[in-house]
Design a protein around this ligand. Structure first.
Ligand SMILES: NC(=O)c1ccc[n+]([C@@H]2O[C@H](COP(=O)([O-])OP(=O)(O)OC[C@H]3O[C@@H](n4cnc5c(N)ncnc54)[C@H](OP(=O)(O)O)[C@@H]3O)[C@@H](O)[C@H]2O)c1
Length: 323
């Protein structure tokens, strides 16, 4: 099979397309023919060896010193079950499924193996590209907004980085849960975030995020930072006295000290949340904001786009190669 391969940390040019054996599903595992996979900010971090402040050494010890030990990156895919391993009974060959690989990665390939518990059935009417697009940002936004900060109807939510993968899901899910969303973005993306449900869009080039509370004369029930330029103290100043602060890009120190109403850390990957998000897609309640860049050979291009810091929504490629 063809796969996008990263031998060493470095620029997008370090991603090459190689031929590898098709992986074998072990007990409880499923071999999926990948119809669509997302290229995410997480993949770009793993390709570049670029991690939030303080995580450089621990991350390299965990995933590889000079390059990722899992050479085929990619954690989100949607595809067709090719074969199931011993004892795997939830899916059968030919089923359409979507899911996330966890730390094993491997989605940037024509085939990938996942635990069957890491997959959910693709609902009728949801395309592979939309499913692959929505899960990375969707699971993150859902975890932090619903499970950590307890978003509820009538709350005010500030989303910083509203046009990215996490931000577009955060804006939509907060609005879905009945909150009033203020989105922080740049001028070209104001229309997008308004369409997604933000009642107000603030251009961070006119008003830096830490000054938004003073400018609007308002504090928020939930402050959701998906950029990494809001400190714990700034987040708490933007929040109401009982409000919550979500630091999705926290450094090591902020992750360790996050407690009480400050939330950081990584979001779990759970099949029931995949099903919820795909159900919202099927009902037309969630816009996946997905752009298909091409075949597997478009993976380096996707990394380049992410590295600009200007990616809008989600980038997806459709293995095999385009030509
Ligand atoms: N904790 C977790 O579990 C978790 C999970 C997923 C992701 N993350 C992290 O969350 C971060 C965001 O991920 P993502 O996938 O959403 O990234 P992304 O899609 O690459 O984000 C790009 C977006 O960020 C916006 N942006 C850049 N600088 C900004 C600024 N100063 N103010 C407001 N918006 C700005 C850009 O909009 P403009 O062009 O308008 O500037 C662009 O649309 C990443 O660092 C990722 O590693 C954490």
């Amino acid at each position: 099979m063809r796969a996008a391969y990263v031998a060493r940390y470095g620029p997008p040019e370090h991603v090459s397309i190689v031929e590898l054996p098709v992986p074998e599903p072990g007990p409880g595992e499923v071999l999926v023919r990948v119809e669509a996979c997302a290229v995410t900010a997480g993949d770009a971090r793993m390709r570049a060896g670029r991690f939030p402040r303080g995580f450089g050494l621990p991350a390299r010890l965990a995933i590889g010193l000079r390059g990722p030990r899992r050479h085929v990156l990619g954690v989100v895919l949607s595809g067709t079950v090719e074969r199931v391993g011993p004892g795997a009974a939830r899916f059968a060959a030919g089923d359409s499924v979507a899911g996330m690989t966890g730390a094993r990665c491997g989605a940037h390939a024509e085939y990938a193996v996942l635990r069957e518990s890491a997959l959910t059935a693709l609902p009728d009417g949801v395309s592979h590209e939309d499913a692959a697009g929505v899960l990375f940002g969707g699971t993150t936004a859902l975890h932090f907004l619903r499970d950590r900060a307890g978003v509820a109807p009538g709350m005010s939510v500030l989303v910083n980085g509203a046009s990215g993968a996490v931000g577009t899901s955060a804006v939509q899910l907060a609005a879905y849960f009945g909150a009033e969303v203020t989105a922080v973005t740049s001028a070209p993306n104001r229309e997008l975030v308004s369409r997604l449900g933000a009642v107000r869009a603030v251009d961070y080039r006119e008003t830096p995020v830490e000054r938004i509370g003073d400018r609007l004369g308002e504090r928020f029930d939930i402050v959701f930072d998906a950029v990494g330029n809001v400190s714990r103290a700034e987040g708490l100043r933007l929040a109401k006295p009982e409000g919550s602060v979500i630091l999705a890009v926290a450094g090591l120190a902020e992750t360790i000290t996050a407690r009480g109403r400050v939330f950081a850390g990584s979001s779990p990957e759970r099949a029931e949340e995949f099903a919820l998000l795909l159900g919202l897609l099927a009902e037309g309640r969630l816009d996946p904001v997905t752009e298909v860049l091409g075949g597997l050979d478009a993976v380096p291009k996707a990394h380049r786009r992410i590295d600009t810091g200007r990616k809008v929504g989600n980038l997806v490629v459709l293995p095999p190669l385009a030509d």
